[in-house]
Design a protein around this ligand. Structure first.
Ligand SMILES: *Cc1c(COP(=O)(O)O)cnc(C)c1O
Length: 357
């Protein structure tokens, strides 16, 4: 299988080898050391401030989204949510479920957020802002510098879901004034799914400390307390956290986050150059390095996904809902190479010959 989806993605041999090992007992100094190292490296790669902390939640990315909404906001907040696709919609629903007052900036699918749209909310008393910096469902990467300026000017607490963008696109949490940043194990971290990561600035930690969350499992205060000694309140996905550890160390040894981002950017550029001349149109105004959203001009996007999967052993990422027949996505995260891009492009060419593209 050759996997170009946006998660789970392919893991490298080091990460896979750990997956084959026995899972160790975890209330030990050895596992605490792994967790503290994970925290240190995530902080470094996110460019978080010295006082920032990281918690690891056993649960997919949505668990981190829900924990964030519950633990940093309350009834006194007024949150602005960018809703440009299914992940933006998820933040909207989380605000509804947890009774956080919010307004949404609803964007047309595939469209970037413009300064004029944002300016309409200037000086309107918002206290929080939630955005999925890369709205993976449509492949739009928002202008985070612009959002950061808006939030700084208005004194708004900025929470960023960077789940599919972390490691793939440049991101400087401290410089951007981002208070909470989220990511997950199965995107560019290229590990199995099951762990999500929340990076909290000192301001975010203060918010968490001052709230009384009515939830046992997604209680960040208790995760922070346990994390001081490299532990978690409950049994975490021990195996996956060990895989994350190996992967983070690998990235560090290979030159750090900049090198990793450059590698993903080069893979994306290579793919985008190789599809020139094929009946595939890139459909995003502003792309992440993580994904290329494509509209096949002559055929159903879903049919292309199915044929590649069933006849070529290649997985691209189908879109859901109203975009199912018109758009598919090709991911550039995970253990992929430029040769893999060539394999996919050759498959596209073969489909074209067969009248299937
Ligand atoms: C993958 C992803 C998530 C998390 O989805 P899960 O299925 O819960 O892991 C959240 N936000 C974005 C932008 C994503 O790409």
């Amino acid at each position: 299988m050759l996997n170009f989806t946006v998660g789970p993605v392919m893991s490298d041999d080091v990460v896979r080898a750990i997956g084959a090992e026995q899972v160790p007992y975890f209330r030990t100094p050895e596992f605490s050391a792994v967790m503290l190292e994970n925290e240190k490296l995530i902080k470094k790669f996110a460019k978080a401030g010295d006082d920032a902390r990281v918690v690891f939640i056993t649960g997919s990315g949505t668990a981190a989204m829900e924990a964030t909404v519950m633990n940093v906001f309350d009834k006194t907040d007024k949150v602005l949510v960018v809703n440009g696709g299914s992940f933006g919609q998820r933040f909207v629903e989380l605000c509804q479920i947890h009774e956080i007052s919010y307004e949404e900036i609803k964007l047309e699918k595939g469209k970037a957020l413009k300064k004029e749209q944002l300016d309409m909310y200037d000086g309107k008393g918002f206290t929080g802002f939630l955005v999925n910096v890369h709205e993976t469902s449509t492949g739009v990467h928002y202008d985070i510098e612009m959002i950061s300026k808006f939030c700084k000017k208005n004194g708004i607490f900025l929470g960023v879901d960077a789940i599919s963008s972390f490691l793939a696109d440049d991101f400087d949490m401290n410089k951007l004034g981002v208070q909470v940043m989220l990511t997950g194990s199965q995107k560019a971290l290229a590990c199995p799914p099951g762990v999500s990561v929340i990076v909290l600035s000192d301001e975010a930690i203060k918010r968490v400390e001052n709230r009384d969350v009515k939830c046992m499992y997604l209680n960040i205060k208790s995760a922070l307390k346990n994390g001081e000694r490299g532990q978690t309140p409950f049994t975490p996905a021990v195996g996956t956290l060990r895989q994350i550890n190996a992967r983070l160390k690998e990235i560090e040894a290979a030159g750090g986050v900049e090198k990793e981002t450059k590698k993903i950017a080069e893979l994306a550029q290579d793919f985008r150059a190789k599809i020139k001349g094929l009946p595939l149109e890139i459909v995003s105004e502003s792309m992440s390095n993580a994904v290329t959203p494509l509209h096949p001009l002559n055929v159903s996007a879903y049919d292309v996904f199915m044929t590649l999967k069933d006849e070529y052993g290649i997985w691209i990422c189908p879109n859901g809902g109203e975009m199912k027949e018109t758009i598919f996505r090709v991911g550039h995260i995970g253990a992929l190479t430029k040769e893999d891009n060539t394999t996919l492009v050759n498959a596209f060419k073969d489909l074209q010959k067969r009248g299937l593209l």
